[in-house]
Design a protein around this ligand. Sequence first.
Ligand code: ABU
Length: 515
Amino acid sequence: MASLSGQGTPKLTSAVGNLYYDSILPYREDANAQTREFLARVVDVLLDYVQQVNDRNEKILEFKMPEEMQKTLDLALHDEPLPLKQLLEDCKSALKHQVKTGHPHFFNQLSCGLDIISLAGEWLTAAANTNMFTYEIAPVFILMENVVLEKMRSMIGWKTGDSILAPGGSVSNLYAFLAARHHKFPQYKEKGLTSIPGHLVMYTSDQCHYSVKSCASVCGLGTDYCICVPSDEHGRMIPSELERLVRYHKDRGNVPFFVNATSGTTVLGAFDPLMEIADICQKYDMWMHVDAAWGGGLLFSKKYRHPRLTGIERADSVTWNPHKLMGTLLQCSTVHFKYEGILLSCNAMSAEYLFMTDKIYDPRYDTGDKVIQCGRHNDIFKLWLQWRGKGTSGFERHMDRLMELSEYMVRRIKEQPDKFYLILEPEMVNVSFWYLPKQLRNLPHDSNKEIKLGKVCAKLKGKMMQAGTIMVGYQPDDRRPNFFRNIISSAAVTEKDIDFLLSEMDRLGQDIIVD
Ligand code: ABU
């Protein structure tokens, strides 16, 4: 079984290592010492991992094909228990083969990095192991939610409102959709489809996150009634196109009611023009939702907030994921509403075994009935602790730094036009580009060349995975074949890491040949 290399190998004494689960707490009341030894060694494994994640000499991953990984790992579940020493080895092995998403050379996802304070919060959260549905069992964390969510609403620009933490941005967007439908058709909750006079239509840009379309499928509109509004060359929704499409559907007797504007699109990092979209929503009496899951963090920055998020205060609801740009540990996703009490009004089922109204405290502190889930994970403590540690000013510095680093990357790409081709000037930390191997240098840039550059992406990404030294994502979009999307959202990244990234891409990719 694998063990950590070069960091010492946390080991249990044989007296504890040979014990089984039923020889420690909570099975044996007199086993404090043994329990502490076991957990202390697990913590050692975690601390070794944190050190490795931050060591630039360490690889991000040791890539194995799924079949080979399956053989390497011992994943079998047995009828008989395994001893504590084996469980410690299992912990080491899991982390040894895990991709180090907090490594300074991991640029692959919107959520990169490993914030240490937030990590401490997550560890505490696991130990507290409570459910967030009632104040009764989560008093501290419910009050923390209130404080943090109110602060976030005030940053959006609202004095009052309602908010909830949800399991991810997609579910947050779903909550916004449900609230919008409830707001416009309050009878829907009891009467269902019969309460809606016509077919509901929702709008979003062709660059939006796919979860918006999924709302139409999940909620009975059908994806044909989630209308994709064309975007401009930067990936921003074209407001005149939105208005044209709203009129089109109104003229046919349908009921346009919901517009999703994106602040920070997943691929290009584009910001839809919120003011103009808000005007159209007002004119046609439609709910305006802003999916700022990705770009919401820029609300902290005086320098970068405007014009990107100008007008967000005019939205009816906003999704904002601290686990993305703010670096809070996964997962931490919030959704906010301008209207106080809307979540309870929309979603409450008043289950009497949980949400009794004759409790000794004000039942409004029980948040479980605001959501369509029952149980809710505690995602607040790690964010609250991180915010205490950084202060609001620390988050602002973090945002400004990420943006400066992205600007640095753009400059470095432009300085090497033989090797890199910048696809567009980014509005955010998504840098979209192609890498040019020797074969494609000094050739005119045309659509044939773009097809070849697209093929280079898949080959070069494969080489990155095999080498384990850098990770950057790639994808096609509806305008171009594959291109790289580099994300800088980790506090670990420096200018030197960006220089390393570009030179490593060149080292791995220069000899790639494509048809
Ligand atoms: N919307 C989920 C994040 C996708 C990404 O990391 O690329």
